[in-house]
Structure formats: structure tokens, C-alpha cells
Design a protein around this ligand. Structure first.
Ligand code: SAH
Length: 479
């Protein structure tokens, strides 16, 4: 296609991409248009062209979508966080449901005609739901520390302290830390020069107990920070209702990763305690923990419901984090059953073990390492015997890149009756479902139930739980 930069064309938007951008076609050529919605006819200006696709800027909406709404947040356009605020919440849910089903059928080649596909679980109030905030701290043009959000695909910080999807307390805490930095002359981090001190402010709140953790990520030594600012910072934060943990994390690398490997306590505890349903959890700064508490309960209840475990069964929970799903399963299989969890982050495994004890669940065992290396290994078999290679039910909840191929093969060799896949990326979910459906070791699996759950209102991501059961008549016959 012979496009010129700055050329204007009129396109109809058909779909949304993974970052919430509209996708339209012009003579078979795909154009990505930020902020355009499916069903809209728009005039766009071509900005960048590649061989088969291009990026265009929205100039005028000729026919708006009935789902278009005014974003609630003033910086929604620039901020890279909420990519779908201009789409009504109902429209967001419809889009996410479609995304999940499209991925499963198109990428996964899944026939869903015999599966139970439930409507997506949405929120009644899709605002102020986040329990975790990670604000970058940078200097503004006058050298004053400021916080906000990265503009989409960049590292420039848009000043903002009133995020509409965060719990309001995190906005308040951040404002207090910034004024403390100004008062004490604490320098914000400069990414280009790799100088300055405070890189990020991390706040996590346990919604059920009200406990709050505040962690400053610094480009400097803990001891120096503590001696210079420890007392003053503690006195700013410790009287805020709920704050029980003030931490400093040292990250001196030139990296996009927010947290460094060392965290020290400035004041209070090194964890906060939350509860999901009946189960209590201690959570460290480094551990993964779902960000949307009301939806998390619904997500885990769905996983538990799909797992349908019976007393006495053996269950593996892969990518188990701090043992969230593991402990729900452990309560369900009872004392005669056994649940085995595997997780790669040592702090999370430590939390998981403490959490099992905190809930008096003794039928669980946690292994630290990569699931693809640990599961089925001799070390595990030595420790737990046949359960090292056998399970009635397997639950997986991997990060966005999905499950490692070696792990999928091991799961097939374990021949569980059911596999429950909890996924935060429908494309990798679909890819892995295909592998499990094709099968190996004489076993293959069929998708029986699908439940999408909206963990990230206003953003483009969607969480899904899929139940796969062992096929009754396996066609695979390899030994
Ligand atoms: N099930 C947990 C955690 C899910 S997030 C919960 O719901 O809270 C995914 C988890 O996988 C993270 O804790 C991450 O640290 C872990 N992880 C990432 N790669 C891994 C691997 N190769 N093996 C085991 N765990 C891994």
C-alpha cells in the first residue's frame, strides 16, 4: 500500500488491539488508531507505516460509537494506564468477553459449542478498586520532585496525584511523601543520568484489614538513607491510619524493573495481612498479589468451583505466588488430601509457608523454583513420593507469557482428571489450551467451562478461568 506520512484517510474501526487501540482496514491494510472504537467511522492521519500495517492519529470522529463516553479522568488521554476509559463499562465488558472467545477459537482452535461459556464477571463500581500503586518519582522542569504516570509507551512522567482507579489513600500517601521530599531536599531519580535518590513510591493496602505498606524505592544505600531521612519519613507516615509497614527497597540498577532485590524495614512490619474469604494472607513487597480485591474473591471462587476437588485428592498449584489459590484448595481437600504449590520468587514462597501455618493448614507443601524445572523432578519425588508426578487436579496461574512448554508436557504426563487454567492473557491461554487439547503421553484435554473476569476495569487486560477435563476417548496412543 502506498501511503504517505501525514496523509488523511477515512476508515471504519472493526476491532480493538491489545492496548485498547482501534483497528481499521484501508484497502486490506491494517491501521492502528489510538482512542478509536469499533463501529466508528473516523478520519485519521497516517503517522507511521510498515509493510502490512501502520499507525494513524485520530483527527475526527465522523460516526461515533454508541459506547463512546467522556473519560472520567482528566489525564486519561495521555496516561498509559487506563486504555479504555473512553469506552462505556458495559462496552469494555462486551469487548473483553469477545476477546477471550476470539482467542480461544482463533488461536486455540477450540470448539466451544459443547463448553459452558459464562458471561464475564464485571464490577458494580469499576473505580478506585486497586490495592497497589507504584508511582514513579521524577523531577519536574524546575527540579522539584513530582509523581504521576508514564505517558503511553514513554518514560516521561505526567504529574498526577488523583488516580481514579486507585484506592484514595495511596494518592494521599504519595502527596505526603512528595511534600516531605521537597521539605527535606530529597532528590528525585533521574533516569537518563542515573542519579538522584527516590525512584518509586510503592503502596499496598489490605482491603479487609485496612493494613497499609509503604515502600520507597531508592537509588542509594539503605544505611545512608536511614541516617539522613529515616526518622523524618517515619514521622510523616506512621500516623496515617492503617500504615503498619514502612520499607525501603534498594534498586541501583539501570532498569525498568521497579523493585530491587533488597528490602529493609524502616518502621513496623515487613508484611501486611489481608484476608480473601475465610483465608488470611501475609504479603511482602516483592510478592505477587492480585490488585483488585472484590474481583479476586470471585476469581478464586471460580477456580475452586472449576477444580471441583474432593476430600482426599492430590492437587498441584503451579505459579502459586503467596499460596492464595493453594490454600483455598487445601481447605477443600481436607486433612486426607494434599496440595503442592510451586513458585519462583523466594519471598513469595516464604509468605506461602507462613500463610499455611497462619490458617492451620498442614496438608500443603511449597517448592521454590521454576515450575518447569521443579514439577516432576527427583527432588520433589524424593520429598512427596508419587504425588511428585501424579495429581487429580492441576491448577496453573502463570504470568502473561503463559506456561512453559516443558511444564505443559509434564502436566500431560501427570494425567490429572481436570486442569484449571487461570490466565491474565487470552492469547497465551489459547496457545497453551491448544497444546493441552492436542495432548501427549496418551492423554488429551477438552475445554469444558470458560469464565472471564474483569480484574482491570478501564484497562485493556482481561483475566480468564478455563476448565479442561481429560478426554474420555483419547486418540493419542503413544505410551
Ligand atoms: N496464583 C498466584 C500468583 C499468580 S501470578 C495468585 O493468584 O496470587 C504468577 C506467579 O508466577 C507470580 O507469583 C510469579 O512470581 C510466578 N512465576 C513466574 N514464572 C514462574 C515459573 N517459571 N515458575 C514458577 N513460578 C513462576
Amino acid at each position: 500500500m502506498d501511503f504517505k506520512k501525514n496523509q488523511e484517510v477515512i476508515v471504519e474501526i472493526q476491532d480493538l488491539g491489545k492496548d485498547g487501540e482501534g483497528i481499521g482496514h484501508f484497502d486490506g491494510y491494517a491501521l492502528f488508531v489510538k482512542e478509536a472504537l469499533p463501529g466508528e467511522k473516523v478520519r485519521v492521519k497516517i503517522m507511521k507505516t510498515k509493510k502490512n500495517y501502520g499507525f494513524a492519529r485520530l483527527v475526527e470522529i465522523l460516526e461515533p460509537s454508541p459506547d463512546r463516553v467522556e473519560p472520567a479522568c482528566k489525564v486519561a488521554r495521555q496516561c498509559g494506564g487506563c486504555t479504555l476509559q473512553h469506552l462505556s463499562y458495559e462496552g469494555q465488558l462486551r469487548y473483553k468477553q469477545k476477546k477471550v472467545l476470539d482467542c480461544l477459537t482463533r488461536i486455540g482452535g477450540t470448539d466451544l459449542s459443547a463448553a459452558v461459556v459464562n458471561p464475564i464477571l464485571g464490577m458494580d463500581n469499576p473505580w478506585n478498586y486497586r490495592n497497589k500503586a507504584q508511582f514513579p518519582v521524577r523531577a519536574d522542569k524546575d527540579g522539584n520532585p513530582t509523581t504521576g504516570f508514564y505517558a503511553s509507551r514513554t518514560h516521561s512522567v505526567i504529574p498526577m496525584t488523583n488516580c481514579a482507579i486507585q484506592d484514595p489513600i495511596s494518592n494521599e500517601i504519595v502527596a505526603k511523601i512528595v511534600s516531605f521530599m521537597k521539605r527535606e531536599g530529597v532528590l528525585a531519580y533521574d533516569e537518563e543520568k542515573h542519579s538522584g535518590l527516590v525512584r518509586h513510591i510503592f503502596v499496598r493496602k489490605a482491603f479487609s484489614t485496612g493494613e497499609i505498606m509503604v515502600c520507597l524505592v531508592i537509588n542509594g544505600a539503605f544505611r545512608g538513607f536511614m541516617e539522613s531521612y529515616g526518622e523524618a519519613l517515619t514521622s510523616v507516615l506512621r500516623d496515617i491510619d492503617g500504615v503498619v509497614s514502612i520499607l525501603v527497597n534498594v534498586n541501583r540498577e539501570r532498569t525498568n524493573v521497579i523493585l530491587g532485590t533488597h528490602t529493609k524495614v524502616l518502621w513496623g512490619k515487613d508484611t501486611i495481612t489481608d484476608a480473601i474469604g475465610e483465608i488470611k494472607y501475609q504479603i511482602s513487597a516483592q510478592s505477587f498479589y492480585q490488585v483488585n480485591p472484590p474481583q479476586t474473591l470471585r476469581l478464586y471462587q471460580t477456580a475452586l468451583d472449576f477444580a471441583d476437588v474432593k476430600p482426599g485428592e492430590t492437587v498441584w498449584d503451579m505459579y502459586c505466588g503467596i499460596g492464595t489459590i493453594t490454600l483455598f484448595l487445601a481447605a477443600a481437600v481436607g486433612g486426607s488430601g494434599q496440595v503442592l504449590g510451586v513458585e519462583i520468587v523466594p519471598e513469595a514462597v516464604e509468605n506461602a509457608r507462613t500463610n499455611a501455618a497462619l490458617n492451620q493448614l498442614t496438608n500443603v507443601e511449597f517448592f521454590c523454583g521454576a515450575a518447569e524445572e521443579v514439577v516432576g523432578s527427583e527432588m520433589v519425588r524424593d520429598k512427596v513420593g508419587p504425588a511428585g508426578m501424579k495429581a487429580d487436579v492441576v491448577v496453573v496461574d502463570p504470568p502473561r507469557k503463559g506456561c512453559d512448554g516443558v511444564l505443559l508436557d509434564t502436566i500431560l504426563a501427570m494425567k490429572p482428571k481436570r486442569i484449571v487454567y487461570v490466565s491474565c492473557d487470552p492469547a497465551t491461554l489459547a496457545r497453551d489450551v491448544k497444546v493441552l487439547a492436542e495432548g501427549a503421553h496418551g492423554t488429551k484435554y477438552e475445554v469444558k467451562k470458560v469464565q472471564a473476569c474483569d480484574m482491570f476495569p478501564q484497562g485493556g487486560h482481561v483475566e480468564t478461568v478455563v476448565l479442561m477435563s481429560k478426554s474420555e476417548h483419547p486418540r493419542c496412543t503413544q505410551p
